[in-house]
Design a protein around this ligand. Structure first.
Ligand code: 8OZ
Length: 367
């Protein structure tokens, strides 16, 4: 019987344990470039079986928040190379999360101060974070414009290019496609945000087309066995909803099963919130079973509100990996603390987004 602390294989990634650091946005990368603190921050946490970076924009159009990093400029890639070197020096493994926010953006962040893009011209009832005079400020997202079908191949290509640069230039062990939390891929999947009448809207097959094209293109660019994907079937994050998520996500994972991916990463419930949502029921065991029945071999990663007992239970029941978010911010040595049943440092919410070393690289490890 496997435990949380046993090694596991995820595609080509040989992981020392089943504890994963979830992607965590920290808004500490001015001009989209990871700063000199980022290698320290990630290396401090390198005892995780796998580190997933904070969401990282594949293009300027994919940017939606102040001071989040990118993968589309030389200095950005150089900044990330220092991170991957520092993590590898500690014996860790790290993948980068590939991000396009779609409509969750603001004109001030877009190329030429243009409108953000989306499957349909429906504004998300959500806020983004801009930084004014050094102060993080929650701001309504801007009204998006619907992508022209002719623009879609360029975005698919953008994901593949970012993935290739991440692995070949920045030294990442692999990539995770951000298909969750109400960002562009999730906006296409769900019928609350996708009201297109072309090949990318309407039926489940059509709404899943964009995500699947991106996944195939990224897998072709860096190898399927270095590619993971994150999905959030029912999260209300960023104002997404779907009228019938179970068949939608069953179709998605059955299609993903045809690729030899490294891992499938599932957010259960509301991102960063309750694991059960009364009016959005979802059967995650059935989803995993559908993936396995379709021949899917990827490691199955679960996330959202896990503590040690719940995580041990998940691994016992056949989940391969458990991603921890906030506990990893305040506990760089989370793996050791879980193993030794040691108490956890508390999270300082005031230093989550933006700022410098405080609340970033200064959380203490056990002596
Ligand atoms: C928190 C703040 C800003 C962005 C996500 C990338 O929810 C995010 C995010 C989280 O996936």
């Amino acid at each position: 019987m496997s435990t949380l602390f046993d090694p596991v294989q995820a595609g080509d990634l040989k992981l020392a344990n089943r504890i994963v650091m979830a992607p965590l946005t920290r808004n500490r990368s001015p001009n989209a470039i990871p700063t000199a603190l980022a290698p320290t921050y990630y290396a401090q946490r390198a005892s995780a079986g796998l580190l997933i970076t904070e969401a990282t924009a594949i293009s300027q159009q994919g940017q939606g928040y102040a001071d989040v990093p990118g993968l589309y400029g030389t200095e950005q890639l150089d900044g990330w190379k220092k991170v991957t070197d520092a993590v590898h020096a500690q014996g860790g493994k790290i993948v980068v999360q590939l991000w396009h926010v779609g409509r969750v953006s603001h004109t001030s962040l877009q190329p030429g101060n243009g409108q953000p893009v989306a499957p349909s011209a429906i504004t998300a009832k959500t806020k983004t974070v801009l930084i004014h005079d050094g102060v993080p400020t929650f701001t309504e997202t801007s009204e998006p414009r619907a992508l022209d079908a002719g623009e879609i191949p360029g975005i698919v290509h953008g994901f593949a290019t970012a993935a290739r640069n991440a692995v070949e230039t920045a030294g990442f062990d692999g990539v995770e496609i951000h298909g969750a939390n109400g960002y562009l891929l999730d906006q296409f999947l769900k019928d609350g945000s996708n009201q297109r009448s072309d090949d990318y809207g309407g039926s489940i097959e059509n709404r899943a087309r964009f995500l699947l094209e991106i996944t195939r293109a990224v897998a072709d660019a860096v190898g399927a066995r270095r590619t993971g994907i994150r999905l959030s079937p029912v999260t209300p994050a960023n104002d997404v909803h779907d009228s019938n998520p179970q068949p939608l996500f069953t179709y998605v994972v059955k299609e993903l099963a045809k690729l030899d991916l490294a891992y499938i990463h599932i957010i259960e419930g509301a991102t960063g919130g309750p694991r059960e949502i009364a009016d959005r029921p979802f059967d995650y065991e059935a989803l995993k079973a559908a993936y396995r029945e379709a021949g899917g071999k990827a490691a199955w990663m679960v996330n959202n509100g896990y503590d040690r007992p719940l995580a041990e239970e998940a691994v016992k029941e056949g989940d391969d990996l458990v991603a921890f978010g906030k506990p990893f911010i305040s506990n760089p040595d989370l793996v050791r603390r879980l193993r030794e049943h040691a108490p956890l440092n508390e999270l300082d919410k005031a230093t989550l987004y933006g700022g410098g070393a405080k609340g970033y690289t200064d959380y203490p490890a056990l002596a």
